[in-house]
Design a binder for this molecule. Structure first.
Ligand code: ZN
Length: 271
C-alpha cells in the first residue's frame, strides 16, 4: 500500500471512528461478533469505519436507512475480510438496500440462441465492480435465526471475493501458502456430495442452494463458516479447513471459547 493510501486510512480512522455507543450496540446484537477477541473487535471496527466512509448507502423503495442499519451491514461485510484486508472490498462503492426481497428481470439465451425472459425474487445480489444489493428483511431474518447458517451479506461478499481473480467459479485468489489441488479436491468433493443429496431428494446437510453451482457453493459454505461453523465442520471438515486457511480465521474456536465463557461466568462479555 502506498504512503498516500496509508495516510488517508489513518485520517479516516482518526476523524470518523464509529461512535462507541453505536459500536457497542452492534457488537451486542450481532451473533457473528460474539467470541471475537478484543484485538479482532478493534480491527473489525476499523474495517467497518472504512467501509462506511468508502461505500455509498442508499435505501430503495422508500427504505430509510439508519446509522445502526448501515453499521450492521458494514460489520457483516467486513467480517470475512478481517484476515484479508480492506483492499479486497475496493473497486465498487454502492450498497443498495431494499426493504424486502426484490425482483430482477433477466434475458437469458438458451443453447439454441432463443432468448428467454425470467423474473426472480432475490434477497441479495452483487456484481464484480458493481453494487452490493441487499434485502433488509433477509438481513434481519438471518440475524434472528443465526444458527441456520444463513447470512445474505456474507454470501454476497463471498461472491465479491470470488470474482477478484476472474468469473465467479468458487476459486477466490488463494494465498501463496495454500495448495490449489487441496482446495479443489476438498470443495469439489463436498460440492458433488451435496449435488447428489439434492438430486436424490435426500435431506441435504447444507442449504440446497449451494448445489446450484461451484460459485454458489463457495458463497454458501462461507455463510456456514462464519455463522454455523460447527455444521460445516461436522459435514465437510476439509472444506472448513480450506476456508480457515483462506479467510485466516477460526470461527469454531471462537464459538468454543464463548461457550466456555458462558459456562464459567454465566454471562457473556459482549463488547
Ligand atoms: Zn449467490
Amino acid at each position: 500500500m502506498n504512503i498516500f493510501k496509508r495516510l488517508r486510512i489513518r485520517h479516516i480512522l482518526r476523524r470518523y471512528p464509529v461512535p462507541c455507543d453505536l459500536w457497542r450496540q452492534a457488537v451486542k446484537t450481532l451473533p457473528v461478533a460474539q467470541g471475537l477477541s478484543a484485538v479482532e473487535k478493534a480491527h473489525l471496527r476499523e474495517l467497518a469505519t472504512l467501509f462506511l466512509r468508502d461505500k455509498k448507502f442508499s435505501g430503495a423503495q422508500g427504505l430509510q436507512l439508519t446509522d445502526a442499519m448501515c453499521l450492521t451491514i458494514a460489520v457483516l461485510a467486513c467480517l470475512p475480510v478481517l484476515g484479508l484486508g480492506f483492499g479486497c472490498l475496493s473497486g465498487w462503492t454502492e450498497v443498495i438496500v431494499y426493504p424486502e426481497a426484490f425482483r430482477v428481470a433477466r434475458e437469458e439465451p438458451d443453447d439454441a440462441g432463443v432468448v428467454h425472459f425470467t423474473e426472480q425474487e432475490l434477497d441479495g445480489e452483487s456484481w464484480s465492480r458493481g453494487p452490493l444489493i441487499l434485502s433488509w428483511q433477509a438481513i434481519e431474518q438471518d440475524l434472528e435465526d443465526s444458527r441456520s447458517g444463513r447470512n445474505v451479506v456474507i454470501h454476497e461478499i463471498a461472491h465479491k471475493l470470488d470474482v477478484l481473480n476472474g468469473p465467479a467459479d468458487g476459486y477466490p485468489p488463494l494465498h501463496r501458502f495454500m495448495d490449489l489441488k487441496q482446495w479443489t479436491l476438498s470443495l469439489a468433493t463436498a460440492y458433488r456430495t451435496l449435488v447428489r443429496q439434492v438430486e436424490r431428494h435426500h435431506h441435504p446437510c447444507l442449504d440446497p442452494y449451494a448445489a446450484a453451482s461451484p460459485a454458489e457453493f463457495f458463497a454458501v459454505v462461507s455463510e456456514y463458516f462464519f455463522c454455523a461453523p460447527d455444521i460445516l465442520q461436522t459435514h465437510f471438515p476439509e472444506v472448513y479447513r480450506q476456508l480457515q486457511l483462506y479467510y485466516r480465521q477460526h470461527p469454531l474456536q471462537r464459538n468454543r471459547s464463548e461457550t466456555d465463557k458462558v459456562q464459567s461466568n454465566g454471562t457473556i462479555d459482549q463488547f
